[in-house]
Design a protein around this ligand. Structure first.
Ligand code: PMP
Length: 413
């Protein structure tokens, strides 16, 4: 039985960093348990964006004046911070995108359209987010290639033997999530990459639900591509990262064209810029990069291991509290999980539960969580999903579990 949080973690101090956590919504303190959808922002991130606009807003890499030089310097520094955060070898392997979705689309468009042809195969898992399904589906339709699905167990774990069987010379790419946004499953991506590499198959890892929960080292994983979104790791929306090995990126054509991604343009011929600019057409999201850098610095100050340790305890506590709720079934019971719990309650509609929890000030997500094929796999229309961050508390989990019991009682009347 788990009754106390043992990890040394000063959550009340941490909560002071997040202004939104003090809000009263509909007369109730805000209990934010939808962190897999997006995370809240610490004051330092909010301030750094405001500071940028108040003091040195300007376009980068062009201005000859000092505030543009400062903006360029901060933008470039953000890339360096991202590189260190995920253990990439070089800043030229870090491409800023709008988010995970755009990063995957970039690879599908650029790598996919040059390397995939009729009869080839792309492998994805049964637990992928739509962002890591649809771009591959469109590519396969266009190229007359086949999208193949790595099956999962009832616990929500990838069946490695089946995965191994699917690897063959026709497979041109494996695209798999590091962590499932619906089940919380942590996939054995290092092992999966090593198995794929034995047959020289590159691997893209969708890290949208991983970098905020665990130490990620792309070099150690040996990932060919790795992507994530800033807004899920305490940074601003509208910016994300595609890491790509330079040996892959060098040979890929641009994804979008225009200013900045060129080296020289004439009406006869255009030559492209070096990495990473080759993949960053147009004015970038400067405020986003600066905000993301601040968010990663913030996470580093707290320590990702401390975050992981505390979140693990909250996950255990919340799983224990939820298992006592009558008629509940937790979907996703993998041995390795991050702090995400999806569940269904006997005969009750997930949306009704979510809407009623809101009247208690509790924010959770309901529905298919952009993983419709996964819902089909479990033969359910949707789940209620609770996703926990390091600023959540045991008291919030208690309040949530009490509110859930009251909601169920009201819905059963
Ligand atoms: N992949 C996973 C696993 C996700 O959870 C999400 C966001 N829910 C995405 C991809 C897409 O991220 P974004 O909407 O930030 O591009």
């Amino acid at each position: 039985m788990l009754t106390e949080i043992r990890h040394k973690f000063n959550v009340s101090e941490i909560r002071k960093d997040f202004p939104i956590l003090n809000r009263i919504v509909s007369g109730k303190p805000l209990i934010y348990l939808d962190n897999a959808a997006t995370t809240q922002k610490p004051e330092c991130v909010i301030n750094v964006i405001s500071h940028y606009y108040r003091n040195f807003n300007s376009n980068i890499h062009r201005g000859v004046y000092s505030i543009s030089a400062k903006a360029s310097e901060e933008f470039d520094y953000a890339r360096k911070t991202v590189r260190n955060f995920i253990g990439a070898k070089s800043e030229s392997e870090i491409i800023f995108t709008r988010g995970t979705t755009e990063a995957i689309n970039l690879v599908a468009y650029s790598y996919g359209r040059t390397n995939v042809s009729e009869g080839d195969e792309i492998l994805i898992s049964a637990m992928e987010h739509h962002a890591n399904i649809v771009p591959w589906q469109v590519l396969c339709e266009e190229k007359k290639a086949r999208l193949k699905i790595i099956p999962i167990t009832d616990k929500g774990e990838i069946i490695l033997e089946e995965y191994e069987k699917l690897l063959n010379e026709k497979v041109k790419l494996v695209a798999v999530c590091h962590v499932s946004n619906t089940l919380g499953t942590v996939n054995p991506v290092k092992q999966m990459i090593s198995l794929a590499h034995r047959q020289e198959i590159p691997v893209l890892v969708d890290g949208a639900q991983a970098v905020q929960h665990m130490k990620v080292d792309v070099d150690d994983l040996d990932a060919d591509f790795y992507c994530f979104s800033s807004h899920k790791v305490y940074g601003p929306m509208g910016i994300g990262v595609l890491y790509g090995k330079s040996s892959c990126l060098e040979f890929m054509p641009p994804y979008q064209t225009g200013g900045d991604m060129i080296s020289s343009v004439s009406f006869e011929k255009t030559t492209y810029n070096e990495l990473p600019m080759k993949f960053e057409a147009g004015t970038p999201n400067v405020e986003g990069a600066i905000g993301l850098k601040e968010a990663l610095d913030y996470v580093n100050r707290i320590g990702i291991e401390n975050i992981a340790g505390y979140e693990k305890e909250l996950l255990e506590y919340a799983s224990y509290k939820l298992s006592a709720v009558e008629g509940i079934k937790i979907i996703g019971t993998a041995a390795e999980k991050t702090s995400v719990i999806s569940f269904v309650v006997n005969k009750l509609n997930a949306l009704d539960i979510g809407l009623m929890l809101d009247t208690y000030g509790v924010c959770v997500r309901t529905g298919h969580h952009c993983t419709e094929p996964l819902m089909k796999r479990f033969q359910i229309p949707g789940t209620v999903r609770v996703s926990i961050s390091f600023y959540n508390t045991k008291e919030e989990i208690d309040y949530f579990a009490d509110s859930l019991n009251k909601v169920i009682e009201r819905l059963r009347k």
